[in-house]
Design a protein around this ligand. Sequence first.
Ligand code: MN
Length: 719
Amino acid sequence: MMRQFELVERVKSYDPDADEDMLNRAYVYAMRMHGSQKRASGDPYFSHPIEVAGILTGYKLDTASIVTALLHDIVEDTHASLDDVRKLFGEEVARLVDGVTKLARIQIQNIETKQAENFRKFVLAMSEDIRVLLVKLADRLHNMRTLHFIKDPAKRRTIAMETMEIYAPLAERIGMQEVKTELEDLAFSELHGEARTSIMTRLKFLELHGGDLVVKIMDELDQNIRKAGVLGYISGREKTPYSIWRKMQVKDVSFEQLADIMAFRVMVDTVEDCYRVLGIIHSAYPMVPGKFKDYLSTPKRNGYRSIHTTIIGPQRHRIEIQIRTHQMHEIAELGVAAHWRYKTADLFAEGARAVEGRQYSWLRELLDILEHAQNPQEFLEHTKLEMFHDQVFCFTPKGDLIALPRGASLVDFAYAVHTEVGNTCVGAKVNGRIVPLRTRLENGDQVEIVTSSAQKPAPEWEGFVVTGKARAHIRRRFRTEARTEYVKLGREILEKTFAKEGYELTEKGLSAAADKLDADTNEDLIARVGEGRLVGREVLIAVYPGARTAGDDKVVNLNQARLRHSAEASEAIPIKGLTAGMAMHLSDCCHPLPGDRIVGIATEGKGVEVHTIDCEQLEAFTDTPDRWLDLAWDLDRAKEAHVGRINLVVENAQGALGALATVIARNSGNITNLKFTKRSAEFFEIAVDIEVLGVKHLTNIIAALRATPAINSVERARG
Ligand code: MN
């Protein structure tokens, strides 16, 4: 375990301005808080944060990162709180510790490969500050180095899987090749220990029999390059067991060929030298077609730059060679952590241009920041990993991760879980709190959807869902619902029409009418009546051609029509079980209220428009008496709030509007809309929509308003 002064000295060696006092305090605090806690290895727990801090000094990270490493398990595993950390070490460290703590709370269970990318994005999105991710990766690296101490094999496996699927790829994504390779190798030995052992054995065997083949090949390459006058450093290495194993799986071959187990690298000073070395090698040895890759002119999306080629090299062995500059090499091995050691702007300008226009724009941002940052601290502070702006990542109660577009609501979430969950959702808990369905999700939200078999998708959901899936399902369900309502309404209309004229409605009669009127089925015919595309009389005459109906008497004026429909008709269709907004529409002109005498107008394709019997808009329907339907309120509906409209003339005087609002409120009315229709020096004319229980309620409000001094006149809107 690294001693306190050693740690401080290491940091001071690359950062003379490091906050020595804070480092010392953090070291002591971590030791004190973790106290007698033990690791699975039997070591004192505080050896872990100290090792993690040690790993990060290898990347020459700033004081805040090192202190965060020392404190990273404090909040989760000791009784210290984030506030304590803030008080003792300041806002910056507290923010970083909080970030690492949040990442630790992500319980990733049963990683499926298709979910892994989502988890990786989630970890990145949660990291926000790149230092959080760097501490997390170092933490994982140390945990993997000590994984074998954990006794429970299932637990070891879960951690190894998570490392393989999430953390090693993340290390690669931010360009930390060295960390990625070690994480992979450690996970590999846990997950496929036997495969790893046999590969190692085979490598030893080849080494014994091939002798110092690597050295011989390196020598020959070196001579060729020197002859051409280029100064280069050559290294040869065996590939890692995991990369050999993967290659064997993909290609289904054994690793007899050296190309599969050995890699050589030539490192030079400049980009020009890279291409010169390539020329030297390609003219000395035949290249293997299809293996050449130039990541110098086209870097990988993680910023990796190098030339790869495979040749039939010295002693006729197939070998792979990578050519790159020293700087590129360091960046490839250390990733973003290495970037800020180079402050030469031109290097980064080059890199920034090279990744321009790529899918992973966050890397471009990173490089942009690198280019403009004056010093490491500034770089780290500005490197907010604000990637995946366009997505939010949320969890189901079981811990499954759901990725949704930003702005997604709980209904989107419900549909993403399952279509039925979407169709029947009535409410939800987010992080344990009940919230409305329209609530927008935030990163890391834990969401529990409450469903009810009685629920149906509501048309207003369409106003706040953002995913295509949710929208499509809501529309589909709405269409089905509407159809059911149209059929119900159509049947009511037909029954009343037939009964009124003394005829009987039979399925057989309907079939005959369906034939004549070109409907596929009886239900189609009925639905058409409900939709207002056919009127009841047309069906009646199709069944009984000689039938005489009320519609035969042409209505001459509105009053006659009104009279005909204002009697308390037993034939009236109750607005019952029909959802307003689907087959029935309460019209916007007269705002019918429970208690009003009403009449329905069958409107083609829309079902029935409901008007008050004295609505002025009815004039337009006097020449189509067949479309008029007798309607009656269903008593149950009277319990719901309805919107009524009144027109007022109010004096343009101080307090007049206040009086208006007060009177309405005092009478338990709720103003939902208010519009000035005319304005003069003396008067306002105002239309007010009020939520009321029925016509009596509205009448009471009107009476109260009429008794108010500043209000000159009050009328119910008549369309
Ligand atoms: Mn830890």
